[in-house]
Design a protein around this ligand. Structure first.
Ligand SMILES: [Zn+2]
Length: 379
């Protein structure tokens, strides 16, 4: 299972000048190994010349050659899950990391001074860590849903009235009251467990399933902080609970929730920019805001890319320019300055969201919420 530590180690990897190989390959469900093999081989062919390039330092060439050999070897041995595989390698510095991704990404290989992480981040950020609670009258099952994987988190069960109690001399009214009281106690128990779980497990969203006549009652009794994390509810018979149905209901809720959030975030960013708030709109302004460490939240249109330049000395990011206006050093061109921007924002502990929904972000590519007003752009 992919951990935050793995992702962090890739994002903060220092190659000390050695080339880093980042390779992304789609893994089609049901497609043959040969098809994948030939696609990855041709990706590796793209970078083979760099491994022989005499202008690259000897140590760098050697590292790159080992990267190619290592990836080729992994391809021969392993069974990759459908979706995509991301591989980050810098053999000369001990980096070789495979990251299976649950969604297909574009085939791509990049050799650069830093890992090319944006496609990986784009996929991972589409996935909230969700807690799914299926609640019944006197029992509840909890699951984790993350990246399409469901994990059982356990069961909560509480006492309920058995049929025998009817014969024990309760009046009808008494039975009814007792049942309601037990249910209330059970809901409170589930609520407490959920509060602990969400506090400890870092869950972003809560999804609740159960009998149609029971779920609204349960939701109504949640404290506000839990209720605000409810992404949706679904009807299911908790006694049967087909897992496939459970998963597809929960996944559909998360997908819909995410698209809605995309639209909301873009609308807020545009509004902030229009009213002269702390915002940057469009690539030139966002690149400058990234350079000045001002970005709190960056919205990027998913799938967009743009060539540009970077100053490795001062961190200046722009669409063009041979010389850095901040320090006077020569810039480095990059095939995708958006990736550099994302890295800069991540390094500044800002957050990045790749927007998949169709919104007006399509026109401007990037929008950012800022921490402070940025100085005017140089030049
Ligand atoms: Zn500079």
């Amino acid at each position: 299972m992919l951990t935050a530590e793995t992702v962090g180690s890739i994002l903060h990897f220092e190659s000390d000048g050695l080339p880093v190989t980042s390779l992304y390959a789609r893994v089609e469900p049901g497609a043959g190994h040969r098809e994948l093999h030939s696609r990855v081989s041709s990706l590796l062919d793209e970078i083979r010349p760099a491994a022989k390039d005499e202008t690259v330092e000897h140590e760098g060439r050697l590292s790159l050659r080992d990267d190619i050999a290592h990836i080729r070897e992994a391809l021969g041995e392993e069974q990759w899950r459908p979706g995509a595989m991301a591989i980050f390698a810098c053999s000369g510095h001990g980096l070789y990391q495979e990251v299976p991704l649950p969604l297909p990404v574009r085939d791509r290989v990049v050799v650069d001074a830093i890992p090319f992480s944006r496609p990986m981040l784009a996929v991972l950020e589409e996935y909230d860590r969700c807690c799914v609670a299926v609640v019944d009258e006197a029992s509840a099952r909890l699951f984790e849903l993350y990246q399409d994987e469901m994990r059982d988190l356990g069961e909560i069960s509480d006492p309920k009235l058995r049929k025998a109690n009817y014969a024990a001399g309760f009046t009808e009214h008494g039975v009814h009251n007792k049942t309601a009281e037990l249910r209330k106690r059970h809901y409170r128990h589930v609520r407490e467990q959920l509060t602990d779980l969400l506090a400890a497990g870092g869950y972003d969203l809560l999804i609740v399933g159960g009998h149609e006549y029971e779920v609204p009652d349960f939701i109504a009794q949640l404290p506000r902080d839990l209720r605000s994390r409810v992404a949706g509810t679904f009807a299911i018979d908790p006694s049967a609970m087909p897992l496939a149905e459970l998963r597809s209901s929960a996944t559909a809720i998360v997908d819909g929730f995410e698209l809605g959030r995309d639209q909301q975030l873009v609308a807020e960013a545009l509004e902030r920019a229009a009213t002269g708030g702390l915002a940057a709109l469009g690539l030139p302004d966002c690149l400058w805001a990234g350079t000045t460490h001002a970005i709190q939240t960056l919205l990027v249109q998913d799938g967009a890319s743009a060539p540009g330049v970077v100053c490795d000395e001062s961190g200046w990011l722009a669409l063009s320019g041979h010389t850095c206006p901040l320090c006077g050093k020569a810039t480095r061109s990059t095939p995708d300055v958006l990736d550099e921007l994302v890295q800069a924002v991540v390094d500044d502990s800002g957050s990045v969201r790749h927007v998949r929904a169709a919104t007006r972000l399509d026109d401007v590519v990037t929008a950012a919420e800022l921490r402070f007003p940025v100085p005017p752009r140089p030049g």
